[in-house]
Ligand binder design. Structure first.
Ligand code: URA
Length: 239
């Protein structure tokens, strides 16, 4: 099946589509030893496609890893604003890996990255209610009444949040720390839930996802998930 060259190059894990287009423009891409043109399509099974003289390979090993994302990185493969990307924290020879869901620029903690499209899709599908636990530091005090509200449902613009669990609440001066477990994944959900209860978020870190915990993985570091952990994750994702 023929596909746009930039799509094929990105699928081979080499670079983003935008970067691939640039390579084509620069004349660095060949199809069957002829310099490719922008807009051209090719067949990964029949055509020999080279980038900078190196043939594309489509047999990338299926790989899923856990990264402890620091703040100041975005969960995207490209950024028009030139902010740092989580992919920059990983060695290039791991190939192209996609973040499973997102953590905000200012959120840190457990982020899965994978080249297993089915796993990524199932883990992020609302139907599977994959639990995610966040360590939250807010300014102010999470009283018993606010805690009950957070657990039973908070009204956001698009409707009430689903039941959640709050644990390990502790005060520290003007702030309060707690662990919040959600089974849904709305955009900026933790920050918006806290804002709705007048509790500005000072720090937000995801510490667990679908049975996996961040534990002592250092900020900016990653580890490849072994088959045993992948099996548990796939079960939770309904695969
Ligand atoms: N909730 C948020 O508000 N931000 C995140 O990054 C993740 C969950």
């Amino acid at each position: 099946m023929k596909e746009r060259l930039q799509k094929l190059i990105s699928r081979a894990g080499l670079m983003s589509r935008r970067q691939a287009e640039e390579k084509i423009r620069q004349g660095a891409v060949t199809v069957n030893r002829r310099i490719a043109e922008i807009g051209e399509s090719a067949d990964s099974q029949c055509d020999e496609i080279c980038v900078d003289g190196k043939p594309l390979r489509f047999d990338a090993k299926v790989l899923t890893l856990m990264l402890n994302k620091p703040t100041g990185y975005i969960c995207s493969m490209d950024d028009p604003q030139q902010r740092r990307l989580v992919g920059e924290l990983l060695p290039a020879d791991l190939g192209r890996l996609y973040p499973v869901g997102r953590l905000d620029y200012n959120t840190e903690g457990l982020l899965l990255l994978t080249n297993d499209g089915a796993l990524a899709q199932h883990l992020t599908h609302p139907r599977h209610h994959v639990p995610k636990t966040y360590l939250v530091k807010v300014r102010g005090c999470l009283s018993d009444a606010l805690r009950k509200k957070m657990e039973s449902g908070v009204r956001l613009d698009e409707g009430m949040t689903a039941p959640a669990r709050v644990e390990a609440v502790r005060r520290s001066g003007q702030n309060c720390w707690f662990e919040l477990t959600l089974r849904e994944g709305r955009n900026r959900q933790v920050r918006r839930m806290c804002e709705a209860l007048n509790l500005p978020v000072v720090r937000l870190k995801r510490i667990a996802l679908g049975g996996l915990r961040l534990d002592d993985l250092k900020s900016g570091m990653y580890r490849i998930l072994p088959e045993s952990e992948l099996a548990g994750l796939k079960k939770i994702a309904g695969l």
